[in-house]
Design a protein around this ligand. Structure first.
Ligand code: ASP
Length: 368
């Protein structure tokens, strides 16, 4: 491992030092370690899991050298629990990938599972024109424990990042999460279990691949970027994107208060079933008034599977009448990231609404 002449991204604080020059044809993979359970150890005082440093992670996976890849390690200066992940961290990952894009065949991002679906969604929008694999993985148990899932997840992610098609191009040309036996499109992913080794699900889109005895890709489902696109990284993600979850008993006062959040640009409204909300005129009126004030409100169902079909019930129709736009079958994670990205590009609310109705990078099913 680490037989490389590839440059190390300058925006990440510490990296391992590569030695020598890689042989031609050997896959070159950049591994970016952000933190998360995969590299955590128990604090001897409290027993709680705390992030440890990346060198420790490599020490724990001697099998990596048997892959025969040219691997460069980069890491955040201070590894974080992914609950602390924010758009500034996403920008850091994007800069690291964009800054060394031409020098690597693929990228593996080691990340905590808690917010991995948000990061995967965000990267899928921020890495505009991506045509190489960006594979996120992590683990449910720390890699230094006797029984753990981190070793397999790391090695499998590297193999997926290195996988080539018959034409010599990468099999995966998008942001994906490789975890347990599932390869999931990043912007379709949801963390569905805090205990199972198969932590991630894609409720509304087929798996991109399965990793059991063999790694099998579903070529029909993989994203194929159009033509000879160049990477156009976007690092500005807008603030002011909020979420409101409906629940029986929600009051007009609560809704109005949330909609008046200072600096808010858009809301993801977590509705019921096929995109339904209470039809009490004051609740719908509060949403309509917010839309008139220029806020973008996107209807995303609380059901993990299925999507919004607001014409199915009068309760959904009322939202559409109020100017709430349909998020169809998008995940809440992807809707939030997409709104941050679109407003981050400086689009007007009308332009954002238009773009929210289209699938940009396979995040949503839009009927033909
Ligand atoms: N709290 C951890 C994190 O998201 C959980 C994990 O990695 O699985 O960083």
């Amino acid at each position: 491992m680490a037989q490389s002449a590839a440059p190390i991204p300058r925006n990440l604080e510490t990296t391992s030092t590569p030695a020598g020059r890689a042989a031609a044809g050997v896959p070159r993979i950049l591994v970016i370690y952000t933190g998360g359970t995969i590299g955590m150890v128990s604090d001897p005082k409290t027993g709680a899991l705390v992030p440890f440093d990346f060198d420790h992670l490599v020490e724990n996976v001697p099998k990596l050298s048997r892959l025969g890849y040219d691997i460069v390690n980069a890491r955040f200066d201070a590894p974080i629990d992914s609950s602390n992940m924010d758009p500034a961290h996403w920008a850091k990952i994007v800069r690291a990938i964009a800054g060394s894009y031409d020098d690597f065949d693929g990228f593996v991002v080691l990340h905590g599972t808690d917010t991995m679906a948000y990061t995967a969604s965000a990267l899928s929008f921020m890495l505009e024109g991506l045509a190489k694999p960006v594979i996120l993985t992590g683990s449910q148990l720390p890699i230094d424990e006797i029984r753990e899932d981190g070793t397999e997840n790391l090695i499998t992610a590297l193999q997926i990042a290195a996988a080539k098609d018959g034409d010599g191009g990468p099999v995966v040309r998008e942001v994906a999460i490789s975890f347990g036996s599932a390869l999931v499109r990043g912007n379709r992913s949801t963390k569905a279990s805090s205990t199972e080794f198969g932590a991630f699900r894609s409720f509304n889109y087929p798996l991109l691949g399965t990793m059991n005895l063999h790694i099998r890709f579903d070529r029909e489902s993989l994203w194929r970027p159009a033509g000879n696109q160049r990477l156009h990284p976007q690092t500005d993600m807008a603030a002011g994107i909020e979420t409101i979850a409906l629940h029986p008993g929600i009051t007009e006062a609560s809704l109005t208060h949330q909609l008046a959040c200072p600096g808010a640009k858009a809301f993801v409204l977590r509705t019921y079933g096929a995109g339904n909300a209470p039809t009490k005129s004051r609740l719908v009126g509060a949403l309509a008034a917010a839309v008139r004030r220029g806020l973008v409100i996107v209807n995303v169902t609380q059901c993990p599977n299925g999507g919004v079909d607001e014409t199915r019930y009068a309760t959904g129709d009322a939202l559409a009448e109020a100017g709430v736009i349909s998020g169809r079958d998008i995940t809440a994670e992807a809707a939030i990231a997409k709104l941050m990205y679109l407003f981050g590009k400086g689009l007007s609310p009308a332009e954002v609404e238009e773009a929210m109705g289209r699938s940009l990078v396979g995040e949503m099913t839009v009927p033909a």
